[in-house]
Design a binder for this molecule. Sequence first.
Ligand code: FAD
Length: 323
Amino acid sequence: MKNVVVCLMPGAKFDRSTGGLFGAARRLNARVTAVIPGPAEDDAVASIAEQADTVILADVADLSEYQPERTLAVLQSVCEPLQPDVVLLAGDTYSQELTPRLAGRLGGSSIGDAQGLMFEGENLRVTRSVYGGKAMAVVELRRSPAVVWVRARSFDPEPPRETPGTVETRAVDLSESAGRHINATEIIERHVETTGDVRLEDATVIVSGGRGLGGPEPFEELKRLASTMGAQMAASRAACDAGWVPPHWQVGQTGKKVAPELYLAVALSGASQHLMGIADAKVIAAINTDEDAPIFRHCQFGIVEDYRNVGGSLREKLASLLS
Ligand code: FAD
């Protein structure tokens, strides 16, 4: 039987993305081991145990928050003796950062943004979109273990198993005498951005603004529309790079991949790199002055108009409909 290890990050929670990650693992009909580096809440551990055959809690001092070198060393230390065929990680920034490095440490191969996984004989085949979502590629990973990060919400969660898996605590010694290579990274300051209650990757409604808004102030107006709709805010790279909104709002090839029920794109053109991030949105709607903007070729509903002429009335109409 194949052996799949799901690696979570410090402070692991059980949310829809985590559920989808285990959904991907369980579809491989393999033995599933979850690894949590550092401590985690009892509720999260219990939910993860309902998805895995075994949960390994790595008992290591001072790892309540993500630290790249230490997290990598813990995952390497726990994964090595398990000799997995496949190691799966989520699509968050930390997991994306660690995936190729963990593959290197384990002597395996690596790829990211997986939307489909299947074994072909001994090897794992990964399906992922390429050319801005215009085509799908199937990539076979021939060096074991295949270490892969999975696109958020690409896999549905599986129901909890009737018999939860066992939970083991494993002491991990990261001292230099244990031979682990840990760079002396010193964290000078930790700046935590305030984010909404729901991660962008898990949001069901998203209102996203682009360069056409012209500055940070119109984003405040857009926020009021988003709050009426119960939506999360997002933006194009142009708006993020301009410093109008925080970088973690960015959606696209080099930003977040989202899969909401509704994505409202306001004053953004729909460049291929942006579209890559919204390929899994169920419904796309757009407001843009340019009827030839590429976003109109990808949306189900569109308004060719200056956003300033429609944003306010749209909010009022929605507010009266929802009240
Ligand atoms: P623009 O393309 O300038 O579009 C602005 C739009 O606003 C226009 O369509 C205009 O008609 C409309 N507009 C103007 N005024 C109004 C108004 N008053 N009312 C209504 N509409 C109006 N981009 C991303 O978004 N995400 C990524 O992850 C990303 N990754 C990239 C990776 C690489 C390697 C590269 C090369 C580029 C990447 N980009 C990414 C950048 C991308 O190519 C585009 O430059 C960017 O998406 C453009 O942002 P925008 O649509 O906001 O701006």
